[in-house]
Design a protein around this ligand. Sequence first.
Ligand code: FAD
Length: 437
Amino acid sequence: MKKIVIVGAGPCGILLAHYLLQRDAQYQIEVYERRNDPRQVPLYNSKTIPYGINERGLIPLRRIKGLEEAIKAQCVKNYGLIVHQKNCKTRVFPKKQPTFNTDRISVVMTLLSKLMEKSENGKVKLHFNCKCSHLDFHNKTVTFEKIKETASKEAFTVNYDLLIGADGARSVVRRHLLNTDFFEFEQKYVHACYKTVFLPGSNEKTGIKLKSDCLHVWRPEEGITFGAVPQLNGTFIGLLFFPKNEKKVVGLSSTAEVMDFFHQNMPEVGQLLSEAEAAAFLKRPISTQLKTRCNRYHYGDSVLIMGDAAHAVSSSLGQGCNNAFEDVMVFDSLLDEYADEWAAAVEQFTIRRQPDAYALWELDTNVFPASKTLFLEFMVRESFAKIMNKLFPQFFLPPLREVLSTTALSYAEILKSYQGWISKVKKSNEKLFSLKE
Ligand SMILES: Cc1cc2nc3c(=O)[nH]c(=O)nc-3n(C[C@H](O)[C@H](O)[C@H](O)COP(=O)(O)OP(=O)(O)OC[C@H]3O[C@@H](n4cnc5c(N)ncnc54)[C@H](O)[C@@H]3O)c2cc1C
């Protein structure tokens, strides 16, 4: 029996274990994750981020019995975008097909519990608190540090026949590929940092209520954006994006200042924010995001990276997890195509996935303009596209946001179709960011 070691039990690593488990080939699957088993961490201790799962991510889930239903059961259907303006007026951008909103922990927990239901005779072995620290491609071994409660570490080494790095944007597996010939890698920090904030959907005292089947967005000034993503229990997970040196956010130093910031800039959010949450917001660390791309996702016949480890993007388009799921499905179909012959399958994975990963890198940075004026133009274009596409579908493309959030069209095709807008935004964003640096 051949042994497959997966590094990382994020959405990509766990979905991959599902796919490998249902293959006829006899594989022994071992998954190693540096964090705790999320099923054993009290929810109030968990850090989470909101997720929107769309058609691109649902198709791979659909191919494993019961997964699509299980994930959808954790989701709220989001039928559009509400942009809140400074004068408290709103603009609504509905869409025909919903995005399914949930959060990372719910996705991971659901995938995990379904995996355990299906893994008879311990065919999949999960190892938590095991951090991958070293790889020896020649001898096909991987070393982990077992992280103990006492914070002490104990190293151990396991062998593999196939190693898959699904260990996220800061992948250790990818780092080891840097030592292999002709491997090229690029990383960029996304201009916007972010902080999460957890909000109820309504406040009886003030009478404010956010529509629970929509994504809500505020753009009080250039560079600062706040998005509130609906959750199944009626609450919202908010994400505040801001440039790394933005004093209005990084300079906040008391609960009162946080309350005041939200009341001034996003009055509706200010009315939902409790003092306790404002205090928690203040303590939460500022998170950064990395974009990465590389020219190869495999090494020889026995190492592969996928998901964020292969091609991380920012959260702006809500594509990373959907794209990671698609990676898994593509790899599975390559195993079908090449009758589980890994050398061919891993090489083809690079060839098939790279054009889309590069296209997503471009889209990710350049769909939304940082300039407020251009953002207004974007919204007008989107509304116009919607009307024209409805009237003359053969001549006019649907709105770009809708194509990204409701279809599984390849990123390369999307980029080609909207190249004019993407080039315009790229020029404007580069100018704006070079002025600010
Ligand atoms: C604020 C925010 C919002 C987002 N919203 C969306 C969205 O709406 N829709 C969407 O599709 N995507 C979204 N994304 C992107 C999404 O989070 C990622 O693309 C997705 O999680 C990628 O999955 P992954 O399994 O490849 O990587 P990860 O989710 O990063 O998982 C990697 C796993 O590997 C583990 N690991 C890392 N290093 C090691 C090591 N050395 N040893 C062992 N284990 C290791 C990590 O602990 C982690 O569990 C968002 C991201 C952010 C930051």
